[in-house]
Design a protein around this ligand. Structure first.
Ligand code: NOJ
Ligand code: CA
Length: 703
């Protein structure tokens, strides 16, 4: 990886002050302080931010399935301290360079009978804490079956949370803002009723969890580097306001299987005074390992269009025929009778290629190109896809040639329908097929029950699968964007070919009943902490029934809110998700989607409040162009943008895309205005946002 390392590490062991006294670990500027102690054989920690309590004294430990527990009977043998500083350059990212600066403490704990050691490693940053358990190889601890991890996060009272229900089958929820004490009451109404949903419990929530303490501290709990372990939900003891880790189980009820040397993922707590501090934190990326891909020159951010929204809205179909349970062969499909609503036809894909080429998009996603969709998700059938055989009306050689002649690539789509064994069996062949045909990126998907039956989407088995695909793809110089995979935990630092994930409620739900405008003001605080989201913004026609009378859903957003998402929802992979014919009606507004960058030298979160609004500005990679965006909730808002991020003394041609005076996400979502004017860094813009609206601005320096 292209990195500049300016690093120093100071290592020293402290003699343990006296038995039972807490060990204090402070962040480099002293704002974050961790206290660690072992009392009556039990390890505890607490966290303060600027002298105020963030996490109260909380217990640590694990229960094992076949061995005595790692919960108590410990003594603290050793405390090793070190400091670390580096700057590293991400292959793609929100900023050109990232600073990684922390103080570390490694505590060695031992039990007498059986004689075993467990380490706790804390990294304390100015914007939070990461800690993990480590299990060195030792005679009495080789094979570790985790029955339960009991990491607690004791909250400082009945604080505010932005949460979604813990669920082992889906993360595609709208967020709820409530006090911790209200979670139990709200949970039944908040829980998804779909077939593949698998809610966990009455007070269990997913991470990344955004919190605001009653002292006004912003706090986010999540995990970093989820590798060879199961995903952590949080179960609230709502009498005492204590969260405890609740790992996703396998079909036998066990949580994880580790072989020493082993370690857990980092448990992360991001802290700040202001909401924007949460958005600019790099703590989760920093806790992941540096890039493991030697040559990253082939990894490139992607702006794309695709044959997608038409299937999601029900205008066309992924499948080719209404016949069911066909053998998965080219011959069987050649004989099948087409139903006439197939989206991925040669002719239709050409239309998208033309549009992409005309407007400078890199790729065209085509879903429903391959045989098998007739029987895809939630059927009691395995082996529904082979990932290499096109439908009879999708002429791959012709389309590849056509795309190539226009300087556009096709994006591969691998929906697995949750059939992981089947996908792994076909993966080598599928990747080879992609290489032979010049594809360099996959949109993956895991809709439906997981097969092997009984596994859930976020257990250790599946988490290992998602990473296996990313690594295999990297060997073949292929980028991956998996939908329905476990929510990210910063692994894109180590494997930057993981250019996106969905793993939350994306634009598709605007066609499944809608998502309230609040949703996109919360996602960057929660889901995006672990890595970029393939949210698929850019819908310009909010009235789905205008092209599919059977679908009464409305897209709950204004056009300017859709434009702003390209700035406020960071991703190196951005789709313009609507149909070419819808963009053609608003080419003046579409210009913003054409102009906006997907890779950045600098990003500034200017003002934000989860559930209310986000204002961000970003400088395009390798250029002096800036883009700013603002999304607001269903109340609307008067906003102000100081342009002091622009270079002083320069004049910029600004194009301001904002909601028209009577715009409203419910009543008048398509009304916008565009103003062009010259601006300088000393200027301030005042812009009114409609209910569910927003604005987007491009700034190009004038010669
Ligand atoms: C769900 C994904 O989120 C969506 O983008 C995709 O079109 C369908 N699965 C089919 O793969
Ligand atoms: Ca999805």
């Amino acid at each position: 990886m292209k990195s500049i390392y300016i690093l120093f590490a100071v290592l020293f062991s402290t003699p343990l002050a006296f038995f039972g006294a807490p060990e204090i670990v402070k962040s480099p500027n002293g704002n974050v302080e961790v206290n660690f102690s072992v009392e009556n054989g039990v390890p505890f920690y607490s966290v303060n931010f600027k002298g105020k309590p963030a996490v109260l004294k909380s217990r640590l430990g694990l229960e094992l399935a076949k061995l005595p527990s790692l919960m108590d009977g410990f003594s603290l043998d050793k405390s090793e301290r070190s400091s670390f500083y580096e700057t590293w350059k991400p292959v793609w990212g929100e900023t050109a360079e990232i600073q990684n600066h922390y103080n570390e403490a490694l505590f060695t704990l031992s039990q007498k009978s059986p004689a075993r050691k467990m380490l706790l490693r804390f990294r304390v940053y100015d914007d939070g804490v990461g800690f993990r358990y480590e299990f060195p190889k030792q005679p009495a601890l080789n094979f570790i079956t985790v029955k339960d991890e009991h990491t607690q996060f004791a909250m400082p009272g009945d604080i505010t949370a932005f949460w979604i229900p813990a669920d082992n089958g889906t993360q595609e929820y709208e967020y709820v803002k409530s006090k911790l004490s209200e979670i139990r009451k709200i949970m039944p109404a908040a829980t998804n009723k779909t077939d593949w949903a698998s809610p966990v419990g009455p007070t269990s929530v997913q991470t990344s969890l955004q919190l605001i303490t009653n002292d006004g501290i912003y706090m986010n709990i999540h995990e970093a580097a989820l590798v060879d372990y199961s995903c952590m939900h949080l179960k609230l003891d709502d009498k005492n306001m204590v969260f405890e880790s609740e790992l996703v189980a396998d079909p036998t009820g066990n949580k994880c299987y580790l072989v020493a040397d082993a370690k857990t993922p980092w448990r992360t707590i991001i802290l700040g005074d202001k909401a924007v501090d949460m958005l600019s934190s790099n703590l989760i990326l920093n806790l992941n390992e540096p890039c493991k891909i030697a040559d990253t020159s082939w990894i490139k951010p992607v702006k794309y269009v695709g044959v997608w929204w038409e299937m999601i809205t029900g205008k066309s179909a992924w499948s080719y025929t209404s016949e069911k349970a066909l053998p998965l062969t080219k011959e069987a499909y050649a004989k099948a009778k087409p139903h006439g609503r197939h989206g991925a036809t040669t002719e239709n894909v050409k239309r998208y290629i033309d549009f992409a080429a005309k407007h400078g998009f890199d790729q065209v996603l085509v879903e429903g190109w391959n045989i098998g969709w007739e029987d895809w998700a939630n059927k009691e059938k395995e082996n529904v896809f082979d990932f290499v055989t096109p439908y009879p009306d999708f002429n791959l050689p012709v389309l590849l040639e056509y795309a190539k002649s226009k300087g556009v690539r096709l994006m591969m789509h691998h929906e697995t329908a949750g059939q992981v064994r089947n996908y792994e069996r076909h993966l080598d062949k599928a990747l080879q097929f992609m290489k032979e045909n010049g594809y360099n990126s996959i949109k993956g998907g895991y809709v439906g029950y997981i097969i092997p039956w009984g596994e859930s989407h976020y257990g250790q088995y599946m988490n290992n699968h998602y990473l296996y695909v990313v690594k295999k793809a990297a060997e073949n110089k292929i980028m991956v964007n998996a939908h329905e995979a476990v929510r990210p935990t910063g692994l894109c630092r180590t494997y930057p070919n993981l250019i996106g994930n969905e793993s939350a409620r994306g634009t598709e739900y605007q066609a499944f009943g809608g998502s309230r405008p609040e949703h996109v003001t919360i996602l960057p605080f929660t889901r995006l902490q672990g890595g970029p989201m393939d949210y698929t913004p850019g819908i310009f026609n909010m009235d789905i029934s205008s092209f599919n009378p059977r679908n009464k859903s409305k897209v709950l957003s204004t056009i300017c809110n859709q434009l702003a998402l390209y700035v406020t929802l960071y991703s190196p992979l951005q789709m313009a998700a609507d149909f070419p014919e819808h963009y053609e009606k608003h080419m003046d507004a579409f210009q913003f989607i054409k102009d906006v960058a997907v890779d950045w030298d600098d990003s500034r979160y200017i003002d934000a409040e989860p559930g209310k609004f986000i204002i961000a500005a970003r400088k395009a990679k390798g250029s002096e162009n800036w883009f700013a965006g603002c999304v607001v909730n269903s109340e609307g808002r008067d906003t102000e943008l100081k342009l002091d991020f622009l270079s002083p003394g320069k004049t910029y041609a600004a194009t301001i895309y904002s909601d028209a005076p009577h715009a409203d996400f419910e009543k008048n979502p398509h009304a916008y205005k565009i103003e062009k004017r010259d601006v300088k860094s000393s200027d301030t813009l005042k812009i009114r946002c409609a209910r569910g609206g927003g604005w987007a601005i491009s700034f190009f320096p004038k010669p």
